[in-house]
Design a protein around this ligand. Structure first.
Ligand code: CP
Length: 308
């Protein structure tokens, strides 16, 4: 994977997914890797706010022997003060890898097209592949395998759901989803994940009610009803998503050993109730920690000069 971009989970083969997950687990459990990125620099180019993604990338670089430079939109003016192409070409002369968080996936594609170094998607309006890798790492740790696990996603068919669905389809996780009418995954993504799931021995199902999706699930996952950039439609979304909150009653329909997942930040009392996110089934902070380990693996595999 050396020199490769990571813009979408669907770009990865099942073998590459497995390699990233194994590398992440090894770095987490066994440590080491302090010299893998010695002398390397990561540019964190962020148009939007972040806690987890920014800090976990910065710490990942430090733990692998390199370092990170954070560049906010206010400083760089991506596409405003300077064209996306020129920002990308200039950064490629200074740094060894770029992680970019953009409003539009097109901006990310523009950065990747003009960069001479790997570009990693740190969230766009279509995908959040680093989150999905951390999510699957968390499921793998909990259940010892991915194939055959049933994951129910309740909520908005936006970037987090799209990458998670693709990751499930590539790894044999049975993916079930329930969303209000008009808020499911885009049709092309639905077709893509169905094809990937068929090829990799998994299933994809879409339901109208959360109860149908959650029944018999090993994992129940939700995300906010209005993501960054969707604030204007918050009131309409709150109305549309009524009845799609993850409550204790909904969790009781899942398997007894089921876990609750959320990419955070969470809106307690909206998409998830306080007793669920703070309850014994919740693994949301393990998920947040795993952003670090998954991204260490992605950075090492794309950017290190050393064999892993
Ligand atoms: N889950 C996630 O991407 O968190 P941040 O927006 O804080 O990076």
């Amino acid at each position: 994977m050396r020199g490769r971009d990571l813009l979408s989970i669907a770009e990865l083969s099942p073998d590459e997914m497995g390699l990233i997950l194994r590398t992440a687990l090894s770095l987490k459990r066994d440590g080491g890797g302090e010299d893998l990125l010695r002398g390397k620099t990561l540019a964190l180019l962020f148009e939007k706010p972040s806690l987890r993604t920014r800090v976990s990338f910065d710490v990942a670089m430090a733990e692998l022997g390199g370092h990170a430079i954070y560049l906010s939109q206010g400083e760089v003016g991506l596409g405003q003060r300077e064209s996306v192409a020129d920002v990308s070409r200039v950064l490629s002369r200074y740094v060894d890898v770029i992680a970019a968080r953009t409003y539009s996936h097109e901006t990310l594609l523009g950065l990747a097209r003009h960069a001479d170094v790997p570009v990693i998607n740190a969230l766009s309006d279509e995908e959040h592949p680093c989150q999905a890798m951390a999510d699957l790492l968390t499921v793998l740790e909990r259940f010892g395998a991915l194939r055959g696990v049933r994951l129910a996603f309740i909520g908005d068919g936006f970037n987090v759901a799209a990458s998670l669905a693709e990751g499930c389809a590539l790894t044999g996780v049975n993916f079930a989803m329930a969303s209000p009418d008009g808020y499911s995954l885009p049709e092309p993504t639905q077709r893509l994940i169905s094809e990937l799931a068929t090829a990799n021995g998994g299933t994809v199902e879409f339901f109208e009610t959360p109860a149908e999706a959650v029944r018999g699930a090993d994992v129940v996952y939700t995300d906010v009803w209005a993501s960054m950039g969707q604030e204007d439609s918050y009131a309409a979304r709150k109305e549309a998503f009524a009845g799609f909150a993850v409550t204790g009653e909904l969790m009781s329909l899942a398997k007894p050993g089921a876990i609750f997942m959320h990419d955070l930040p969470a809106h307690r009392g909206e998409e998830v109730m306080e007793d669920v996110i703070e309850g014994p089934q919740s693994v949301v902070f393990d998920q947040a920690e795993n952003r670090l380990h998954a991204q260490k693996a992605i950075l090492a595999l794309t950017t290190s000069d050393h064999e892993l």
